[in-house]
Design a protein around this ligand. Structure first.
Ligand code: UDP
Length: 345
């Protein structure tokens, strides 16, 4: 029998990669997305409902129409500097909307949840690599909006039969090996994507935000994880919940950090192309270093990453960014785009 799952934010970068793997594994998928940042082209399968998580009535309709075993909740705003500028949009879109979804799950009898959280909940960690039991003291509204969402979920786990896997993503990059999926969003601000844009002359230079961090070369250090491995972690989490596993909070990373400078050098080497790099001031809300201790996800879910290699991540991002041009011609224009949230206007 096919399990039916609800995927919020299924038209987004990570959600779309998870959906492709869910389809392969025989799951029946319903996507709930408002297309504020997601793309119709990212949807390879499943039934699409265009809707906003702020619209409880519509959400209840979807739950009433389908019998979901599990909800995978990706829908969120996720750009750190944007969250500093528009905090209320982040608390609305992330925290309030998670509350709506939990309310719906509770009233409609869905008691399994996989939630997209972030290393940003740790803020500026005291120690790297970071374990899940580290203090959570986020240093930007994005991290706080996600930590508050975690609290809502954990409290419901105590008060009700809800079981959940909260996945704390480190820095997600790369693209699906099929060549059909990757980061569609034009507003993506992430380092590897922007470096690839510089390689492809889509931008004239790349900025390094801060060269005075307390790190080996002064630039920010991050644990970059391939989106396909991250997607696999979601399928592992789903199976774990289906087998009756108890609630978990798990880091998703490789346990290896690279500085901004190291990433840029690798992009240049792999592409064989040089581009101008400008060193500028720190971005608001950025920690110096975030590297995962990923022992727990290996132990609990038996997660086996296949692409834990920065070269592979950069290769697949570059390949995707080249290939993506082919997609812009056949945009599906039949899907209505709802009003954009204020933060994207
Ligand atoms: N970064 C940078 N230049 C850019 C984009 C990012 O120097 O154009 C740095 C950023 O300050 C951080 C790292 O690259 O140290 C990763 O940032 P990204 O936006 O990719 O992810 P985040 O860690 O903010 O989620």
């Amino acid at each position: 029998h096919k399990h039916k799952v609800l995927v919020t934010g299924g038209a987004g970068y990570i959600g779309s990669h998870v959906i492709r793997q869910l389809g392969e594994a025989g799951y029946d998928v319903v996507i709930y997305d408002n297309f504020s940042t997601g793309s119709p082209q990212a949807i390879t399968q499943g039934k699409l409902v265009v809707g906003d998580l702020g619209n409880l009535e519509r959400l209840y309709q979807v739950f009433a129409q389908h019998q979901f075993s599990t909800v995978l909740h990706f829908a969120a705003s996720l750009i750190v500097p944007e969250s500093v500028k528009y905090p209320l949009d982040y608390y609305t879109n992330n925290t309030r909307n998670t509350l709506n979804l939990l309310r719906c799950c509770q009233n409609m009898g869905v008691n399994q949840l996989v939630f997209s959280s972030t290393a940003a909940v740790y803020g500026e960690p005291k120690e790297n690599p970071i374990t899940e039991s580290a203090l959570t003291l986020p240093i930007n509204p994005y991290g706080r909006s996600k930590l508050m969402s975690e609290w809502l979920i954990r409290d419901c786990g105590v008060s009700s039969s809800l079981r959940y896997v909260i996945l704390r993503y480190f820095n997600v990059a790369g693209a699906d090996s099929s060549g059909k999926l990757g980061q569609f969003s034009k507003n993506a601000t992430h380092l590897i994507k922007l470096a690839c844009d510089a390689v492809l002359d889509r931008r004239s230079n790349l900025q390094i935000f801060g060269n005075d961090f307390p790190t080996a070369d002064g630039t920010g250090v991050r644990d970059y994880i391939h989106v396909e491995d991250l997607a696999t972690a979601h399928l592992d989490a789903l199976r774990y919940l289906e087998q009756g596993g108890e609630s978990q909070v798990l880091n998703c990373g490789y346990g290896q950090g690279y500085s901004v400078r190291q990433v840029i050098e690798k992009v240049k080497t792999i592409s064989g192309k040089d581009f101008p790099v400008i060193e500028t001031q720190r971005r608001p809300g950025d920690p110096a270093c975030a590297i995962a201790n990923a022992d727990k996800i290996h132990d609990v879910l038996g997660w086996k990453p296949k692409f834990n290699n920065l070269d592979k991540i950069i290769h697949s991002t570059l390949a995707w960014e080249v290939q993506k041009e082919n997609f812009t011609s056949d945009l599906n224009t039949n899907i209505p785009i709802p009003h954009k949230l204020s933060l994207t206007s």
